[in-house]
Design a protein around this ligand. Sequence first.
Ligand code: MG
Length: 402
Amino acid sequence: MKVTAVRATPVYVPMRHPLRWSLGVEAGLTRVIVEVMTDEGLVGLGESNGGGELAAAVDDVAPLVVGVDPLEAMRVAKRFGLYRSTSEQVGRSGLYKLAGAALEMACWDLAGKRLGKRCGDLWGGIDHEEVDVAAYVFYRYESPERAGDFSRPGFVAEYALELVERFGFRDVKLKNGVLDPDQEIDTLRRIRAGAGGRVRNLRLDPNQAWSVATSLRVLRQLADLDLEFCEDPTWGIEGMSQVRAGVSTPLATNMCCIAFEQLPATIRQRAVDVVLGDMHFWGGPTALIHLAKVCETFALDLSLHSDRELGISTAAILHFAAATPMVSHAIDSHLPEQSDDIVTEPFVVRDGRLAVPAGPGLGVAVDRDQLARYHALYQARGSGDEFCDPIRPGWRPSLPLW
Ligand code: MG
């Protein structure tokens, strides 16, 4: 089997409500859906995070994949290993890495389809058919379907408990760095008090919005809540290291360490306890398999980051999580906040878990009408800018915010 052609389609899918994060508002998700064609008629599916620029990058790097036998999917990962953070590649390494992640994912999908094996079984062997997912709770703005002050601590705490009731989540993550830290402490305490024994773990994610001093103050005040971890309270490996030295709360990251070249300093400076691997930032399935071994070697925990994936990437993440014992915390997913999908059988959280698809390869198929619909939406409106806040036009993000 040989790859003959590649097609990249950017899509935009709105969120059910505009979600606030420390540096702006997430109103939707922009993804590139990659289809890899072969001489045997099989088509492999991949997905990555980006829009038209990423689709163009996929076209640029297609020659690295055309002619490859998808049964040799790691050959694709090896070819894309060239793209690192160097002066010569500063303008393209990020995009090419994201493109490589989608193309490698599609080759694994093809290999699985050809062999009649599920991707997770090619990546170490699926150990369990369901993967724990954490509730993802946001401060929000009004949406057409629901009015109200969604950024009030009391409302957000009630909404968190609503998600726990409706979807059976056992773990709750608050996306914060949005309100004054004292209001966010109030939010967390309300969630903890309301949840009782129904919630196993609480975690928070200010996305680097706090200074080192604010991080130390807030995390010390929250010490009695015994947080599972705090993601990226402050910016950079050095800042994270200073915070970690002063608190008992474990720290996690999907921001200060997103590439192998950042691991040595992260580990030497004891900046984090948990690496939140991202199927796309790190470069694809092979990179995550290698990351899991590094985490095991250096006694770091591993879990998986969500960047608002659609069904193809969600499938890849589930296969990896189900096959990797090092994934020891509930993974993140924005699915309950996303309005729609481009796969024929969208994923649904049940009893706090997502099921690993049963079919060969990634086990998902594209709904062509949905793909066309959300490609048209992308063409009509573009990606949007999550680093601004339409409700506060004069506001601009900066670090630290608090
Ligand atoms: Mg994060």
